[in-house]
Ligand binder design. Sequence first.
Ligand SMILES: [Zn+2]
Length: 498
Amino acid sequence: MVYGSQFTVHSKKSSENFTVNSKLQTPNQFTSEVVIGIECHVELDTKTKLFCSCSTKGNENPNTRVCPICLGHPGSKPVMNKKAFDYAIKLCMALCCKLDTELIFSRKSYFYPDMSKNYQITQFERPLGVGGHIKTTEKLIKLKRIHLEEDPASITYPGEMYSSNYSLLDYNRAGNPLVEIVTEPDIESPKQAREFLNKLILILSYLKIFDINTCIIKADANVSVKESGYSRVEIKNITGFKELERALVYEVTRQKALIKAGRKIERETRSWDSISKTTKKLRTKETEEDYGYIIDPDLCIVDVTKKLTEDLKKEIPELAHQKVERFIKTYKIDPVDAEVMVSEIELADLFEKVSKKANPALTAKWLRRELLRVLNYNNTTIKNIKFGEKELTELITLVDKKTITESTAQKIMEELIQKPFSPKEYVEKNKLAQLSNQAEIEDFCKQAIKENPKALQDYKNGEEKALQYLIGQVMKLTKGKASPEVVNRMIRGLVDGK
Ligand SMILES: [Zn+2]
């Protein structure tokens, strides 16, 4: 969708004095061992590209989803995608950024085959959002800016980048809408950087502006260490949060080792090689001035009106960190369980539905421990399973009322993933209710002791493990229908005479 008449459009060009928001913190402001700043490029989940109507997904054959605009033919005119604009504004609001009153695009000039018109349409002088933050466990990571820009084409180097005789260009990706999120140099460890990226992805997923399965998220990181007086090295093109942590750990170690060896840290740009798990020098760092930014005369300045932002604000759902607080308050569940429950929108929804009818603390425990275990084992997700609220409510209620043992419930969960059924009816039909007749359980305990004289002797000799073995034997004999606590107590009583 391209922008329509609902916008107030100016034809005025850059006549104002723009403030540049890219000032760096001076080294003497830092105190931590490691200083990291991150620039994330997030692909927005729109149907069409940022400035043309080419599809962002579909035919993967190279250079098939292209037109004169995204190929940068002279005379072609870009028109902004309204959806991408809305998404970027929602993200700015969700991250508590201060929104600019106008959207202005710039041209970042550079010569490289991934951008055939020799400039990238981006925002420089006035980003759409400034400030804002993302909360991690240890600290609030401050944001510097958020802006919209187009993705360049992808370049592949057959064989290896440094030894390849030629490169291949694919413009299918060129012009895809990206938001760039730049943090202050506020991150103090690779682990914190990973959590930051994780939290960002969660916010993007809740806003439904990013699809983790199809959209790309990439990070560049600035890294410096105290020992060098915080001399910054930039690492380019890291994909995924695990890779980000790995790349940062490698770079921090490399810098510290160089200083220890009496060498200096050069200000440079390095690339992360996810195969060799190392960073390699790309070039000495260019400055923003080298890009010769100008305001793009082909694109209108768009007013970010109060009405527009108020309408979009209404569409922002409850976000993960807000859900955590509400879950703890309303359902009185453990804070760690609450964090896990909101880690996926589908899991949070399922928890809330089941908790309205079953014990919330038990629901959180069972979804976290058992449902996620079974999903993991079967390599699937909540979206793809056929059972849900009804079956889980029944199952958790059966556990809560102690109608079935935990071990029976675990087995039912494993069966449910194969084919949905009513756990209540299943328990009745297969006579899986927990044994309540004490005499009956005692008989099974006696049988286990009789059949395992060696375990009995070991237990008498003080081996606690042997008791666990005997309990296991009773569970086997009862097909998991006896409560392990009752069996434990009973065997101790029979053997120790207590
Ligand atoms: Zn196009």
